[in-house]
Design a protein around this ligand. Structure first.
Ligand SMILES: NC(=O)CC[C@H](N)C(=O)O
Length: 231
């Protein structure tokens, strides 16, 4: 199995994801530059965090229009699992592969801090290793992480069990205080209708080893790898 990690100018979490996949999960992974047009040889894709193209226009808007995204779309249609983390989530909403938009934090500053996430569904390729309702300690680091979708879209996400993670307090309760950016309904991550595309604002690659203070994010990558093995 091999997983592609997409690199744009300004990506900065690419090497962290590479380390986690190769050295912690123990699967093959490769950095792939945005000019690449063929991703057929890969079994899964990660779009890592960072400041692609300096967040100009809107975070993720320029990256969403690069050549590699045509191929990402093709792999999504083939059912391969794709995860976008932070800036990667922004790229996925900007390219229309995920619903909604990531707007400026309600407190309009860059926020880098630990958050608690509740696993809302285990029916995705990325969350099979968890228990529903499990609370994870995973940090955020963004300025444009305020998830917005119109009412019909929110209802659809809820109805189809696409809301994957919510910001909660330590005890797993959805509260305003636990919401770091103003996201509607404390949404921290969603999957696509087919469930094979996950976007999340918190950084699981920064919480994949005990030495980092939390290894709670590791099971996201492990679940993805297991899903690939089983396809
Ligand atoms: N860590 C990241 O991926 C940051 C995402 C984006 N640059 C923002 O600030 O919203």
């Amino acid at each position: 199995m091999s997983i592609a990690i997409v690199q744009f100018g300004g990506s900065n979490c690419d090497l962290d994801v590479l380390h986690v996949l190769r050295d912690v999960v123990g699967v093959d992974a490769e950095l792939v530059w945005y000019k690449e047009e063929d991703l057929d040889r890969f079994d899964g894709i990660v779009i890592p965090g960072g400041f692609s193209y300096g967040d100009y226009l809107r975070a993720g808007a320029i990256a969403a229009r690069t050549p590699i995204m045509n191929s990402v779309r093709k792999q999504v249609e083939a059912g391969k699992p794709v995860i976008g983390i932070c800036n990667g989530f922004q790229v996925l909403t900007e390219s229309g592969l995920l619903d909604g938009a990531l707007t400026t934090n309600n407190y309009p500053k860059f926020r880098c801090e630990p958050t608690y996430l509740r696993v809302e569904t285990t029916e995705t390729p990325f969350t099979t290793g968890f228990k529903k309702g499990e609370v994870l300690n995973v940090p955020i680091a963004h300025m444009e992480g305020n998830f917005y979708a119109d009412e019909p879209t929110l209802a659809r996400l809820e109805q189809n069990d696409q809301v994957t993670f919510r910001y909660v307090d330590e005890k797993g309760r959805v509260t305003d205080e636990a919401n770091p950016n103003g996201s509607q309904e404390n949404i921290a991550g969603i999957v696509s209708t087919q469930k094979n595309v996950l976007g999340m604002m918190p950084h699981p690659e920064r919480a994949s080893e005990d030495i980092l203070g939390s290894a709670d994010g590791l099971k996201i990558f492990k679940s993805m790898a297991e899903y690939i093995s089983g396809r």
